[in-house]
Design a protein. Structure first.
Length: 492
C-alpha cells in the first residue's frame, strides 16, 4: 500500500536524471551502449523508522519473457472479471491455454525459454488480429497522470523533488512506449521543474509540442473554490492560462480539479467568461448520502452559464456503486472494466476516461500499466478498448456524441458530503486569506488611481503577491487539510 513516508529516489546516470525509484517503481533500465557509468541516488523519506534497509542489485531483463508475463497476466485478469459472461471468458481462456502449452516453465535454459516466449507472443499477436472492434464498442480513453499536491504531508520545498521524480518517470516511460500520453496541470509544478532540472523541463516541452504531453487544467494551482473570493478564482485562471500560453503556446479549455472539496456555483460563469469549456473532477463520487445522479452533464451556474462536466468513474470492477472512485488508476482489468461498469450515462456515449499512475510522490505510471494497455488496446472480449489520448480530446469527442441528445443538467453548487471540516479548520489561515485578498484589491485600486493621475507608482510587485495568495489557496492549504509544518509555512 502506498505510503508517502516510504523512501523515494532520484536516479542519475553520469550526472543526468533518468527516473525515480519508489515502492511502485523498483528498477531502472540502464543504457545498453554505455560500458562504464556512474549511478547516483538522491533519497528522501520522512519515515519515523530508524531501521530502513535499502539494497540494490544489478540484473538482466529478457524482454520477450517480460512482455509475455504481463500479457498473460492481463488476459488472465480479464477472464476473472468476465466470469458472469462465460462465452467471453472461454474465448480468452482458450488462447491462454495455447500460449502456456508453448512455453516449458520447467526449463533452466534461458535461451530456449526466450525463444518459446517469443513464439507465444507471436501466437498472441495473431489472435489479437482476429478480434472484432465494432463501432459500438466501448472506448476507454487512458491518460498517464500523477496528481501532486503542492503541499499536504510535506512542504513546498519537498514538492520540488516530487515533481522531478514524477515527471522524470513520465519521460522515461514515454521514451519506451510511443503511444503513451501524459497530462499534468498546475503551472507552479512546471516552474519548479524548470528551476530544478532545466534539461528535464526541455524534454517535457518537446513532448508537449509533439502533442503527447498535455498541459491543461485552467488554474495556476488546483485551488479550493469554496473559500477564495471571485476575484481570486478569476486570477487563478488568468495566471494559469497565461503561463501555459507563454511557456508552451497552449491554451486551456479544461478546468481540472480532481481532488477538491466541492465546487462553488459561480464557477460555470467564471469558466464561461474565461474561455474554459469543460469541467473535470473525481471527488463528487465520494458523497456519503446524496449521490450526484449523473457522471456526464451540463453544469449550470448562478447566471445561467453552462459548461460540460464529467465525473471520473474509475474504480475496481464491482456491482456496488458506492465504492469510491480514484484518479490513481492502475489500468488493470478490474479498473479498466470498472470504469465503464460504474458509468451512469451509457445511453449518451460509449466513451469513458481513466487516469493511470500513482500520485503524491508515488511516481506516476508504471511499466506494468503500459503493458496492460498493450493488451487491452486490441479489444479483448468483454473489455473496453483502451485508447491513449488526452482529457481535451476526450471532452471534444463526448461533446460530439451529446449533440441532439437530451443531456441532464445540474444547477448550482456541487456540494461534497465528506471532508466538511475543511470549511472551518484553521480559521486563522482563512481570516488571513480574506484580509490579503482585500488588501491586494485595494492596492490595485490605488495603483490605478495613480496611473490615471500620472503620478509615480511605488516599488511593489503585485503579481508576485497575487501568486503567493494563489499558492496558499491550494485545496489542501487554505482548507486546512495539511500537516502542521504546512500550516506554519503558510501562516507563519
Amino acid at each position: 500500500m502506498w505510503d508517502t513516508s516510504n523512501p523515494q529516489f532520484i536516479v542519475s546516470v553520469n550526472g543526468h536524471v533518468i527516473r525515480a525509484l519508489d515502492m511502485n517503481h523498483n528498477y531502472v533500465l540502464l543504457p545498453e551502449e554505455t560500458q562504464h557509468m556512474e549511478v547516483s541516488l538522491n533519497v528522501y523519506t520522512n519515515t519515523p523508522k530508524e531501521d530502513v534497509f535499502i539494497e540494490a542489485d544489478l540484473s538482466y531483463r529478457n524482454d520477450a519473457i517480460y512482455h509475455l508475463y504481463y500479457q498473460v497476466k492481463a488476459l488472465l485478469e480479464a477472464t476473472l472479471v468476465s466470469e458472469r459472461e462465460r462465452q467471453f471468458s472461454f474465448n480468452v481462456q482458450g488462447i491462454l491455454n495455447r500460449v502456456i502449452e508453448t512455453v516449458d516453465l520447467t526449463t533452466q535454459d534461458v535461451a530456449l525459454l526466450s525463444q518459446q516466449a517469443q513464439t507465444a507472443l507471436d501466437l498472441l499477436e495473431e489472435w489479437y488480429q482476429t478480434l472484432d472492434q465494432d463501432e459500438d464498442a466501448v472506448i476507454e480513453y487512458v491518460v498517464g497522470h500523477t496528481h501532486i499536491d503542492i503541499s499536504w504531508f510535506w512542504t513546498l520545498k519537498q514538492t520540488r523533488e516530487k515533481v522531478v521524480r514524477s515527471f522524470s518517470n513520465a519521460v522515461y516511460l514515454m521514451d519506451r512506449y510511443p503511444e503513451m500520453t501524459f497530462m499534468s496541470s498546475s503551472p507552479l509544478l512546471y516552474r519548479m521543474l524548470e528551476e530544478e532540472e532545466p534539461a528535464l523541463f526541455e524534454r517535457v516541452r518537446a513532448f508537449v509540442q509533439d502533442g503527447r504531453w498535455e498541459t491543461e487544467g485552467g488554474m495556476f494551482v488546483e485551488s479550493d473554490s469554496n473559500l477564495p473570493n471571485g476575484e481570486s478564482l478569476i486570477r487563478q485562471i488568468m495566471f494559469g492560462k497565461k503561463y501555459f500560453k507563454q511557456t508552451f503556446n497552449k491554451d486551456n479549455h479544461v478546468l481540472w480539479l480532481p481532488d477538491c472539496f466541492g465546487f462553488s456555483a459561480s464557477l460555470p460563469q467564471i469558466m464561461n467568461k474565461s474561455g474554459i469549456d469543460y469541467f473535470f473532477t473525481s471527488k463528487m463520487e465520494w458523497n456519503d448520502s446524496n449521490r450526484i445522479p449523473n457522471d456526464t452533464f451540463y453544469w449550470k451556474g448562478i447566471d445561467g452559464s453552462e459548461v460540460l462536466a464529467h465525473l471520473l468513474t474509475t474504480s475496481d470492477y464491482s456491482e456496488d456503486s458506492s465504492v469510491g472512485t480514484t484518479y490513481n488508476g492502475r489500468l488493470n482489468a478490474s479498473q479498466t472494466k470498472g470504469t465503464w461498469t460504474r458509468y451512469k450515462n451509457k445511453k449518451l456515449t460509449n466513451k469513458v476516461i481513466q487516469l493511470y499512475g500513482f500520485g503524491d510522490g508515488g511516481g506516476g505510471p508504471t511499466e506494468e500499466m503500459l503493458e496492460y494497455s498493450e493488451v487491452f488496446k486490441h479489444g479483448v472480449p468483454n473489455m473496453p478498448i483502451v485508447q491513449h489520448s488526452t482529457p481535451l480530446e476526450f471532452f471534444k469527442d463526448i461533446a460530439h456524441d451529446l449533440e441532439n441528445k437530451h443531456v441532464p443538467r445540474w444547477s448550482g453548487e456541487l456540494y461534497l458530503e465528506t471532508h466538511r471540516g475543511v470549511l472551518t479548520t484553521d480559521g486563522r489561515l482563512k481570516k488571513l486569506n480574506r484580509e490579503t485578498e482585500t488588501l491586494l484589491q485595494q492596492a490595485e485600486y490605488l495603483a490605478a488611481l495613480l496611473v490615471i493621475q500620472k503620478r509615480p507608482l511605488p516599488e511593489l510587485d503585485l503579481k508576485l503577491a497575487w501568486e503567493q495568495v494563489l499558492i496558499n489557496q491550494f485545496h489542501d492549504i487554505l482548507p486546512g487539510s495539511s500537516s502542521k509544518d504546512v500550516h506554519k509555512e503558510t501562516a507563519g
